[in-house]
Write a protein that binds this ligand. Structure first.
Ligand SMILES: Cc1ncc(COP(=O)(O)OP(=O)(O)O)c(N)n1
Ligand SMILES: Cc1nc(C(=O)O)sc1CCOP(=O)(O)O
Ligand SMILES: [Mg+2]
Length: 553
């Protein structure tokens, strides 16, 4: 048993290679060092044997049509896999001209081209899961199945695309028989909507959840190992109810129905997400549940985006990316000069002087602080989050970066501009992975070694101290001006000095004139005073006077 990135391998003894009869395919030996074994039919994870390489990238191959509007088809599949952290290669079966009004044109690619694309990908890359969408000809289905015989994969996810959400026909009735007789028996899961279910079952009426269950059973009889009948269009239900059937048990998967016009591509996205989760090693039921939750989240998140003038718009797959990349209204990048006068709040001092965090932050900005950190070591999380949100708004108005001390969760929740962590807080590399590439990360360093590591781990600046003894931070080792100089000289990123700095010694710090030293960070010198704005202003003026030419030694 080993832990693979994103894999939870919890059935070490179940290492069954299903017979070709059971899977419809042959063994899995072509995976070589990393051998993915058969999908267990129920709530069991894949078993993976790892001989040498535990760095394999989960890989989905989508065989589908291109959607020029990029809401569905190949484009949706790529975005869904990217959002779920899985590599996605593509075989394009048709090029559709589509927008939010409907499908204006369909050009089906030649069968030779589809065969060549399949061969290119499958003969070279280790594909874990194949997901199919628009398969516009019987021959194309056969070419796909032949390719899978030659290059077996771990799972086949079939989204039996026949009619687009705008009502346009993407695969004619002549193909239905091939779907039933050839494609479905090879599928590990088939994910039809109500119209597709009805078409596959000869036009039966589906009006209730009970009808969906019977239909799932009938589809299962055609050979797929699992069936997900999607009930998004079921008129009688206020929730979005899907029926999952694995040949033994039925699961009613419910989610709230999201009121939005932006639903174009939900089917492709759901199937791709199932494929992505399977590629990561999930069991089938868990992949389906995660996929449904993902679709629900992205629909909710992008319910009011406005792309195109038609009745049905696309949604935004990049939920996580969007949060970290685009949501921030402070689009300006971090500048070393932002560290010039760094005001770090202190909950005890605010309490002592009877001021709120927001009042403290407003006053520091009024006095000329160029960056602010909320360092709240006590108090309740919920209350702190509300104050942090208010401080973010204040700082955005003044275009001043706001960072949160220690609490990555609060920084994410309030969309702060960054986080400051110490040597014994969350490691910088982990913080970077959580907050994404755009947020500012500061890290406390007392030595040149720590300074180099901070840079290597992806920090943006260093806080170095205590330059002088301080009463604000208990048991803090003082490194002095010499220690600060050593850190600055070793550093490859900007440095702000901290610890016991005040109006009486700030000039001395800045007059070190050492490379990378960009400013001073202060707590008590501004916040343990009656008038925060006035003390900040005095310090700001003093720092301006002490700007000196920087030296390298
Ligand atoms: C700008 C700046 N520099 C250093 C620190 C200290 O951070 P840390 O070592 O994590 O200690 P605490 O502040 O958490 O007590 C800082 N906060 N800001
Ligand atoms: C928060 C903090 N970090 C330090 C470090 O040495 O890393 S010293 C310190 C406290 C700074 O407060 P004051 O400006 O009141 O001395
Ligand atoms: Mg800390």
């Amino acid at each position: 048993m080993f832990t693979f990135p994103n894999f939870l391998i919890d059935y070490p003894q179940i290492c069954t290679t299903f017979s070709s009869k059971q899977t419809g395919r042959q063994g899995f030996d072509q995976f070589g060092a990393l051998t993915l074994k058969a999908i267990m039919p129920e709530e069991k994870s894949l078993t993976i044997t790892n001989d040498s390489n535990n760095k394999k990238t989960p890989h989905v191959l989508t065989v589908a049509g291109s959607d020029s509007g990029a809401g569905a088809g190949i484009q949706a599949d790529l975005k869904a896999c990217a959002a779920r952290g899985v590599y996605c290669s593509t075989v394009i079966t048709a090029v559709t001209a589509q927008n939010t009004l409907g499908v204006q044109d369909v050009s089906i690619l030649s069968e030779e081209s589809v065969a060549a694309q399949l061969k290119s990908v499958l003969s070279d890359m280790r594909v874990d899961v194949v997901k199919t969408g628009m398969l516009p000809s019987i021959t194309m289905v056969k070419i796909l199945l032949d390719s899978l015989k030659q290059y077996p994969v771990q799972a086949l996810v079939v989204d039996p695309v026949m009619v687009s959400t705008s009502g346009d026909v993407l695969a004619g009735p002549s193909i239905l028989d091939t779907f039933r007789k050839d494609l479905l028996p090879m599928a590990d899961i088939v994910t039809p909507n109500l119209k597709e279910t009805s078409a596959l079952l000869g036009g039966i009426q589906l009006e209730t959840i009970s009808d969906m269950r019977s239909a799932a059973k009938s589809l299962h009889d055609m050979g797929p190992r699992n069936v997900l009948v999607k009930g998004g269009d079921l008129p009688s239900s206020s929730d979005a109810v899907d029926i999952f059937f694995n040949g033994k048990d039925f699961y009613e998967l419910r989610s709230s129905r999201i009121q939005t016009r932006n639903t174009h591509g939900t089917g492709c996205t759901l199937a791709s997400c199932i494929a992505a989760e399977l590629a990561k090693g999930s069991s089938m039921l868990s992949a389906v549940k995660v996929a449904k939750r993902y679709v629900e989240s992205v629909l909710e998140y992008s319910k009011s985006i406005n792309i195109g003038n038609g009745a049905q718009g696309p949604f935004d797959h990049g939920l996580k990316l969007k949060r970290s990349v685009c949501n921030s209204s402070r689009m300006q990048v971090f500048e070393p000069s932002d560290l010039f006068l760094y005001a770090v709040t202190d909950s005890k001092m605010n309490k002592k002087w009877g001021r709120s965090i927001t009042d403290a932050v407003k006053a520091a900005i009024e006095g000329g602080a160029t960056i602010v950190q909320l360092r709240e070591k006590e108090g309740e999380t919920g209350e702190f989050l509300e104050s942090a949100k208010a401080c973010v708004e204040i700082c955005r108005l003044h275009n001043i970066p706001l960072l949160i001390n220690d609490r990555v969760d609060i920084a994410l929740a309030c969309d702060a501009d960054g986080v400051h962590v110490g040597q014994s807080d969350m490691p910088v590399a982990t913080v970077r992975a959580l907050v994404g590439p755009d947020k500012i990360i500061g890290v406390s360093c007392k030595t040149p070694e720590q300074a180099l590591k901070a840079w290597g781990d992806g920090a943006d600046y260093i806080g170095s101290g205590g330059v002088f003894p301080t009463n604000t931070k208990a048991n803090n080792r003082t490194i002095g001006l010499d220690g600060l100089r050593d850190v600055c000289l070793a550093s490859k990123i900007p440095v702000v000095a901290i610890g016991g700095i005040n109006l009486g010694n700030a000039k001395e710090v800045m007059e070190l004139g050492v490379v990378n030293l960009e400013g001073v960070a202060v707590v008590s010198a501004v916040f343990d005073r009656e008038c925060v704005a006035e003390e900040t202003r005095k310090l700001h003026d003093l720092l301006k006077e002490s700007v000196v030419e920087k030296v390298m030694v």
